[in-house]
Structure formats: structure tokens, C-alpha cells
Design a protein around this ligand. Structure first.
Ligand SMILES: Cc1cc2nc3c(=O)[nH]c(=O)nc-3n(C[C@H](O)[C@H](O)[C@H](O)COP(=O)(O)O)c2cc1C
Length: 192
């Protein structure tokens, strides 16, 4: 029996997966460039709230620039041990500065300094140049807390379509799709 709401269905899937030792946090994130070309990468989705799926990144990265031009995205979770896939599509919003600050504060100091040092997705002349930038920010923040870079923070994918794929014998897989319909969700099934 499918849950009434895709976030609840997702949380049940996470419970099933984590009880089997599956790391449910990495997810493939697709964005679209101004030229209509899709791009895809793995990010960490550590938080899911009642509004959507949250990840953190550099706002000036390729994905950040693509999202600035087109605030839609798709996520794809794949948990092979369970033979499950969850596909999320929706609009993307930036988290508030306070929300991003909260997450940044929880990160290890090295990652905080790394966030300052990385001009994510820009061309890097050499490995040394990155290490040199890391050292520079280590000195800058010596003895004080590392504040969040203004170009780094969270996004929330607010879903309007969530599709669950449950592997079943004889390729008769279950596909349950949640489509947003106003304030409700229309639940439908698709052929596998
Ligand atoms: C397991 C794993 C987890 C990752 N988590 C993140 C993440 O949470 N945020 C992030 O910006 N990049 C993360 N990355 C790196 C991205 O895949 C990607 O290389 C980077 O964000 C730059 O992507 P872009 O140039 O398309 O913006 C992760 C990579 C891997 C393999």
C-alpha cells in the first residue's frame, strides 16, 4: 500500500535501506544548462524535510550556475541491495542563509576551509595552486571560527513528481508515481 505522500514513502524506503546497511545519502543530481544540455553529478542529500530534498554545494559551480538560469532539477537515488530506484523532479530553491549556516557549522574544520579554497568547477592550473589556497585560508581563519563562504550553501529540490521503482521477479517491477495536483498528490502506476 503506497503512502499518501511521496516524502513519507521516501522515508519508509530510507528506513528499509538503512536497516540493510545501505548508504542512502549519495544521489545523482541533474541540472540543465542555458543551451538545454543536461549535466549530472553525485551530491550528498543528508536532509529531507516535509518540503523537499536538500543538498549543499558551491553556488558558483557549474550546477549552481545552471540552477541560477533554470531552477528545475532531477535527483536519482539507486539502492542496488534493495533493487530500488527513486526519481525526483521539481523546482529548486536556495536555503536561507541561516539554514546554510547551521549546516556549515556542523562540518569538520578542514571541510569548512576547503569550501573557501575551492572555486568549484573553475579551471585549476595545478594541484599546488589548490593547496596554496587552502593554506592561505587556514592562516586567514587561524584561531577563529570559519564563517560560511557567501558562495556556498544549500538547495532544496521541491518535488512535483516522485517515481518509485521496486524490483520484482520476471521484470514485473512496480512503478509508483506521485504527481503533484494542487495541494495533493495523485498516485499512479506505470508499466515497468
Ligand atoms: C560520493 C560523492 C559525494 C559528493 N558530494 C558532493 C556534495 O554534497 N556537494 C558537492 O558540491 N559536490 C559533491 N560531490 C562532487 C560532485 O560530484 C561534483 O564533482 C562537484 O559538485 C562539481 O560539480 P559541477 O561542476 O557539475 O557543479 C560529490 C562527489 C561524490 C563522488
Amino acid at each position: 500500500m503506497a503512502s499518501a505522500n511521496p516524502i513519507t514513502e521516501f522515508q519508509h524506503a530510507v528506513e528499509r535501506a538503512t536497516s540493510r546497511g545501505v548508504d542512502t545519502i549519495p544521489v545523482a543530481l541533474a541540472t540543465v544548462g542555458a543551451d538545454g544540455r543536461p549535466s549530472l553529478r553525485i551530491v550528498l542529500c543528508k536532509y529531507v524535510d516535509e518540503r523537499g530534498f536538500i543538498f549543499h554545494t558551491n553556488y558558483n559551480s557549474r550546477k549552481g550556475r545552471e540552477l541560477a538560469g533554470n531552477m528545475t532539477a532531477a535527483l536519482c537515488f539507486h539502492w542496488p541491495t534493495l533493487e530500488e530506484q527513486i526519481r525526483v523532479e521539481g523546482t529548486v530553491e536556495q536555503l536561507t542563509a541561516a539554514e546554510s549556516d547551521g549546516y556549515f557549522r556542523e562540518r569538520p574544520r578542514g571541510s569548512q576551509i576547503g569550501a573557501w579554497a575551492s572555486e568549484q568547477s573553475a579551471e585549476l592550473p595545478s594541484r599546488e595552486a589548490l593547496e596554496e589556497r587552502y593554506r592561505r585560508f587556514e592562516e586567514k581563519f587561524a584561531g577563529v571560527d570559519v564563517v560560511r563562504p557567501p558562495f556556498w550553501g544549500g538547495y532544496r529540490v521541491v518535488p512535483d513528481r516522485v517515481a518509485f521503482w521496486y524490483g520484482r521477479p520476471d521484470r514485473l517491477h512496480d512503478r509508483v508515481v506521485y504527481l503533484q495536483a494542487g495541494n495533493n498528490w495523485r498516485i499512479t502506476r506505470l508499466f515497468p
